[in-house]
Design a protein around this ligand. Structure first.
Ligand SMILES: Cc1ncc(COP(=O)(O)O)c(C=O)c1O
Length: 395
């Protein structure tokens, strides 16, 4: 078995990395500090992607692109192999990203004033898709149960029944809580949505990164009714650390929904085209990088255990949520009694710990932090020591 490099960090100062640039704006951090915020990875890409892209560049012209048969096959095979869902070529609509896709879906399938449901706290651009398009947030708050969140189905059903609620943006697996919804939970969600004419946009960008012992179910794969009432957003970007290549695949089995979605894209974007290198990287990833992914999952699982064990021992007041999927660990610091913006300042400026502050994911996230664990394990230990020393000074 090939042993991949999950140890080297490429320092991204001044390379146009959003995450690193934001960190250096906040604080003059030392050169050994790596950020744990924005969801890309401090890991080198799979060599199969880098070498494959170099080879492609040596033999190609960078003109306008469209998906090749090999690309479509790679996407179909990946989804079948990893997610047990057989999709048809015409269901796939490639696009520049999943955020772009749920913004498009909101505009395509709802009108101003319509309600769009989110299960909160949740990935913050989902709120923007609602607010910036003058739709109304239908807030189904998740409930904390011990070390994980559960769905308040009574509230969900009541809100879905409101005739003004037209869409659910489902985050599955769920960012930031780390939940991988069970098949039973998804069945209940799907049935309520069908009964109440609520269309489901299932953002499954994290669906390849599932921790041992958990199983992800693609919402649309549960039954044809769900498939016909949904759009599934997938992407190799989180899984293989290629977010900068802006390539995603939306799977839309219903011809009616597909046509409406595509019309919206053609209206707003004028000339939708894809990124030739993004397409090639996606094909390479899905064809050649499965073993890399298996090793990545082990790394994330190791990192989450180290953080969980340390925090439970040193700071039992901080609640670490169970990581079922994604590489984003959700932690509740609120029992420390430090105001959330002050907590953020202390962590960043004093501890040089750059997490994502929980309040950006909605009001229930105040006092929480989201730790991006996709980095070499050796960076976790000093970060924990900095956390310990700094917090001890404040509590
Ligand atoms: C749930 C979720 N959806 C979408 C995205 C971003 O997708 P894209 O870069 O394809 O727009 C992220 C990135 O963190 C995410 O966590």
């Amino acid at each position: 078995m090939k042993h991949y490099d999950f140890d080297t960090v490429i320092k991204r100062y001044g390379t146009g990395s959003y995450k690193w640039d934001e960190m250096t704006k906040v604080s003059n951090v030392g050169k050994d500090v790596i950020p744990f915020s924005v969801a890309d990875m401090e890991l080198v890409n799979p060599p199969e992607i880098i070498d494959g892209l170099k080879d492609f560049l040596n033999h190609s012209v960078l003109g306008y692109a469209q998906p090749t048969d090999a690309y479509i096959n790679a996407v179909q095979n990946w989804i079948l192999r990893r997610h047990n869902w057989k999709i048809e070529p015409e269901w796939i609509k490639d696009g520049p990203g999943v955020i772009n896709a749920f913004f498009t879906a909101v505009k395509a399938f709802t009108k101003e004033g319509d309600g769009v449901m989110l299960m909160t706290p949740v990935y913050y651009p989902m709120y923007y898709a609602i607010e910036r398009n003058n739709r109304v947030l239908v807030d189904n708050k998740l409930i904390v149960c011990g070390d994980h969140y559960e769905i308040d189905f009574d509230d969900f059903e009541q809100k879905a029944k409101d005739p003004n609620t037209k869409m659910l943006i489902l985050c599955s697996p769920h960012n930031p809580t780390g939940r991988v919804w069970t098949n039973e939970e998804l069945q209940r969600i799907g049935r309520i949505c069908i009964d109440n004419n609520v269309i489901v946009v299932s953002d499954e960008i994290h669906n390849d990164i599932i921790m041992p012992g958990y199983k992800h179910t693609v919402f649309a794969s549960i039954c044809d009714d769900f498939a016909q009432n949904s759009i599934t957003c997938t992407s190799p970007s989180k899984t293989f650390n290629i977010a900068g290549l802006q390539t995603a695949n939306m799977i839309i089995p219903s011809k009616e929904l597909r046509d409406i979605y595509w019309k919206e894209i053609c209206t707003t974007e004028g000339n939708p085209k894809c990124n030739i290198l993004g397409l090639e990287a996606c094909r390479l990833a899905y064809e050649k990088c499965e073993e890399w992914l298996e090793q990545l999952i082990k790394l994330i699982d190791t990192n989450q255990k180290i953080v969980s064990d340390f925090v439970k021992k040193e700071f039992p007041q901080i609640k670490v949520f169970r990581l079922e999927g994604t590489y984003l660990l959700w932690m509740d610091f609120s029992e420390l009694g430090i105001e959330c913006r002050e907590l953020s300042r202390i962590l960043k400026e004093e501890a040089h710990l750059f997490f994502d502050d929980g309040y950006i994911f909605g009001e229930q996230g105040a006092g929480f932090e989201r730790w991006n664990l996709a980095c070499p394990t050796k960076y976790i230990y000093p970060a924990l020591e900095r956390l310990k020393t700094t917090l001890r000074r404040h509590i």
